[in-house]
Design a protein around this ligand. Structure first.
Ligand code: CUO
Length: 649
């Protein structure tokens, strides 16, 4: 990497270091004090936001430092967007950097981190810069109260410590059996980064950065999260997750046992709680939005703000619907179709203090970093997903032509042993603890249990009548339901988890396509720790080592450890499906191998500005209804595989 890039990477790491404390890096702190944005308005492509930011700050209107920031609060979000836009519209790195130094010690910490991260992820001159893992920037959102207390104690004693973190609750709560998924720090980091790559408030035209198939990805990524949650439930003898309803009790409560840095514990929800009207959102609104969305789905058209009808009866329908249900900035008619999903998060987040009588802080559902900890997250998203299913079920079945690949046959599929296990993982807690003048930083880690699997590979033997480029899709679904009944294919397709999707060449004759689990287009490896990253950057700056920049680096991506569901000790049977299709007919971009983008495209799409590389619907061929049991065309193959969970390996 060139020096300029390394300096930028270093400054970003410094800006995100202990944001709750005054900036400890002299040069940044000094710049923060001396830089006056009002003297440099010409240095912003659009100076309206930076003007507003300074004005609002001076007037004391912004969310103060120390207060809890949530993206779901309109005022909090609007302010954060102003900060983000001030960063994003800065004409060059220098202006951006100075603006960030200015904001670092003034703007609310949560807003600052969010806005800065978004700017780094979207500015051209910061491409390739790696952000620290979210669980190291604000560990409070990822580990429970017990751990924070123990970490403080260790710091007071000035003793390095490793604090064991247990999953929330006890075994008397059956839902706790799958807490290892909902509370997995990598999974929460993936989810929060997905929402940073596809913010619902993103103004495509204004920012000039298009987010390809954003609404469809909203559907598909969350659909996959639920399918994966269901696979974990079946692995733990739990029935699949049921959707919630606005007028029904939420049977399972949730006690997060997690604490804000300042502002107390996350609110808990006892068993059998009901939805209540909030000040600005009524239960009836939720039912009205649902009814209107259902009407749009059944008539296969949505009405826009200007009264036009837009058809849903095509492959793009899901994208329109996704934007409408989330809703994103691109919703065709937000006043009419409302904000079903986002309000769902708020309704659940504020359920125990709907009128704000007790001034409780936001619930776990009001942060993307913490949402999946609450099992109700999956219930809300199942509810949403069932709406998408209604839409997909009205589309025509795939024809043999759409499913097939002329002259190409899969002859065989072999898979290595699939073995899962639990392992320990340590999170650096340095950022969680306040500094005091007298106390030095000591090494304090939270040790969590997490699921992992042995690396495996899949071999697909393909016969082809000619040389061809093929798209290979690999899926996995449980074979039996909770009652032990074999799941028919038209239902099984809903529990299908994507394992991989890639482009490869098949030669005339026989080709054995081999693919490793580590290459999956669904996942990313463990994020590098701040400590290691900082050290690498410093050493490279001193010329001691070289630093390779990956311009396509992804922060979004399902953790590679979680690629397989847990399975069972005695083995659990899943069915693996492989389908190869013709890349020539579905490719979108001209480049021959335009398929990596940091390697997490399946759930995370492409980086800003790129087109999604294939035009088939996400989840193809399982996103639409399937008739009968004879689903497989010659270019598909299915095989039962066994996932065995081992306590230790
Ligand atoms: Cu990701 Cu509801 O959209 O949490």
């Amino acid at each position: 990497a060139d020096k300029e890039f390394l300096v930028r990477q270093r400054e970003v790491l410094r800006l995100l270091n202990k944001v709750h404390e005054p900036n400890r890096f002299k040069e940044q702190a000094e710049l923060g004090r001396s830089y006056d944005p009002t003297a440099h308005f010409s240095k912003y492509k659009n100076a309206v936001p930076v003007k507003r930011m300074v004005k609002e700050y001076m007037a004391g209107h912004m969310l103060p430092r120390g207060a809890i920031f949530t993206l779901f609060n309109n005022k909090h979000r609007e302010e954060m967007i102003t900060v983000f836009e001030s960063f994003f519209f800065a004409e060059d790195w220098d202006t951006f950097y100075r603006t960030a130094c200015w904001a670092r010690d003034r703007v609310n910490e949560g807003q600052f981190i969010y806005a800065l991260s978004l700017a780094v992820l979207h500015r051209e001159d910061t491409r390739g810069i790696v952000l620290p893992p979210a669980y190291e920037i604000y560990p409070h959102l990822f580990v429970n109260s017990e751990v924070i207390h123990a970490a403080y104690k260790a710091k007071m004693r000035q003793e390095p410590a490793v604090v064991r973190m247990n999953f929330t609750g006890t075994i008397r709560n059956p839902e706790q059996r799958v807490a290892y998924l909902g509370e997995d720090v990598g999974m929460n980091s993936h989810h929060s980064h997905w929402h940073m790559d596809f913010p619902f408030w993103w103004k495509q035209e204004e920012y000039g950065v298009h987010k390809d198939r954003k609404g469809e990805l909203f559907y598909y990524m969350h659909h996959q999260l639920i399918a994966r949650f269901d696979a974990e439930r079946l692995s733990n003898d739990l029935p699949i997750v049921e959707p919630l309803y606005w007028d029904e009790k939420i049977v399972d409560g949730f006690y997060p046992q997690t604490t804000y840095r300042v502002g107390g514990e996350f609110p808990a929800r006892p068993d059998n709680f009901e939805f209540h009207d909030l000040e600005h959102i009524k239960v009836k609104d939720m039912m009205d939005y649902t009814r209107r969305i259902r009407e749009a789905i059944s008539q296969q058209a949505v009405v826009t703000r200007t009264g036009e009808m837009v058809s849903l009866n095509n492959t793009q329908g899901i994208d329109i619907l996704g934007c409408m249900v989330e809703p994103s900035h691109d919703s065709k008619h937000p006043e009419y179709y409302g904000a079903l999903h986002n309000y769902g998060h708020i309704m659940l987040g504020q359920i125990t203090d709907p009128k704000g009588k007790f001034n409780m802080p936001p619930g776990v559902m009001e942060h993307f970093e913490t949402a999946t900890r609450d099992p109700a997250f999956f219930r809300l998203h199942k509810y949403i997903d069932n709406l998408f299913k209604l839409h997909k079920d009205l589309l025509p079945h795939y024809t043999m032509e759409e499913l097939g690949f002329n002259g190409v046959t899969i002859q065989d599929l072999t898979v290595d042993d699939l073995v899962t296990y639990f392992e320990d993982f340590d999170i650096d807690m340095l950022n969680a603890l306040d500094d005091t003048a007298e106390l030095q930083d000591v090494d304090i880690k939270a040790r969590v249990r997490r699921l992992n699997h042995k690396p495996f590979s899949v071999q697909v033997t393909v016969n082809s009548e000619r040389d061809a480029m093929a798209v290979v899709r690999i899926f996995l679904a449980p074979k039996y339901d909770w009652f032990g009944q074999e799941i028919p294919i038209n239902e099984k397709r809903l529990y299908m988890i994507e394992i991989d999707k890639f482009v490869t060449k098949v030669n005339k004759g026989t080709t054995v396509v081999q693919r490793k689990s580590s290459e999956s287009s669904v996942t990313i490896p463990d994020r590098e720790t701040t400590k290691v990253l900082t050290k690498r950057v410093e050493e490279a700056l001193q010329g001691k080592t070289t630093y390779m920049v990956n311009k396509d680096v992804r922060h979004c991506g399902y953790p590679d450890r979680l690629l397989l569901p847990k399975g069972k000790k005695d083995g659990m049977i899943f069915t693996m499906y492989v389908i190869v299709t013709d890349y020539e007919t579905e490719k979108v971009n001209d480049l021959p191998y335009d398929y990596e983008y940091g390697g997490a495209i399946s759930y995370c799409g492409t980086l800003a500005g790129h087109k999604y590389p294939v035009n088939k619907p996400m989840g193809f061929p399982f996103d639409r209804q399937i008739d009968g049991d004879n689903f497989c065309t010659p270019n598909m193959f299915q095989k039962d595989v066994i996932i065995t969970f081992k306590d230790t390996i």
